[in-house]
Design a protein around this ligand. Structure first.
Ligand code: COA
Length: 259
């Protein structure tokens, strides 16, 4: 896949999307959004890919929406921009293949929101997380006011949103924003090790686990557990489930085929 502002490479079923605009700290302009959407869609359709990693080139993960692009936008244009970004991030969140953010540096504003839309976040101890939009007279507009309180609770989320303060990877890990923490030079190895653990599991089960968590979080508990039962049961029609159970009984590794 050839793009202008992102790089995509796949090794051993782990596809890595690198946002590659380091001179602007990988700020999200319209091209980056379009390319990110296209890449995730293509990787989801590619049977040779099992896990998707998103990271940034240079010293930044993503330093937010491109502020230069926002400068002259009208109210209606800002709303449309917010909706378009939300659609891209929602597609990442609903990806049937696990998406891991490898947060190597600044994850500010839209960059933090991109990381929040990923299923799992690994951070460098030197990463910088924050939602500084209120410093610009804005609010987070790519799902940040919704995903952050759902992830870490209302108080800690409002602390970050109202102050616009920046926290490092260690503090993000303590707050539960980051799910894994590594020294900068060990970050990608930690992400790949986690990806390999995930890749050993049944791909249909991974997709339905994501679906159950994603759709269930916004349902009343009883409806969410009924939904879980439906998804759990649906795996009974798959060869992978029979293989996984049989492999356990035969004390051998399972050979999943995604069917
Ligand atoms: N949008 C557009 N350009 C951005 C950007 C953004 N969100 N973040 C950084 N850049 C650009 C800078 O304008 C600068 O470009 P230039 O060299 O052409 O002037 C380049 O990236 C490097 O940034 P710089 O500010 O010089 O680096 P720094 O190390 O001094 O500061 C940050 C790093 C991340 C603290 C600072 O760039 C910053 O605060 N960025 C904005 C973060 C933000 O508010 N994001 C939310 C947007 S809604």
């Amino acid at each position: 896949m050839e793009f202008e502002l992102i790089l995509v490479e796949t090794t051993d079923r782990v596809a890595t999307i690198t946002i590659n605009r380091p001179d602007k700290l990988n700020a999200l302009n319209a091209t980056v959004f379009a390319e990110l959407s296209a890449a995730v869609e293509a990787l989801n359709a590619n049977a040779d890919v099992g896990v998707i990693v998103i990271t940034g080139a240079g010293r930044s993960f993503v330093a937010g929406a491109d502020i230069a692009e926002l400068a002259t936008k009208s109210a209606a244009e800002l709303e449309a921009r917010s909706r378009a970004g939300q659609v891209t991030f929602r597609a990442i969140e609903r990806s049937p293949k696990p998406v891991i953010a490898a947060v190597n540096g600044f994850a500010l504003g839209g960059g933090c929101e991109l990381a929040l839309a990923c299923h799992v976040r690994f951070a460098s101890t030197k990463a910088k997380f924050g939602l500084p939009e209120t410093k610009l007279g804005l609010i987070p507009g790519y799902g940040g006011t919704q995903r952050l309180p759902r992830l870490i609770g209302r108080g800690p989320a409002l602390r970050l949103i109202l102050s616009g303060e920046t926290i490092d990877g260690t503090e993000a890990f303590r707050l539960g924003i980051a799910d894994g923490l590594a020294e900068p030079e060990a970050l990608m190895a930690a992400v790949v090790a986690f990806a390999k653990t995930v890749l050993a599991n049944g791909p249909l089960a991974l997709a339905r686990a994501i679906e159950s968590v994603d759709s269930g979080l916004d349902l009343p508990f009883d409806a969410a557990t009924a939904n879980e039962s439906r998804l759990f049961g649906s795996l009974g029609d798959t060869a992978d489930m029979r293989e996984g159970v049989q492999a356990f009984l035969e004390k051998r590794p399972a050979m999943f085929r995604g069917a």
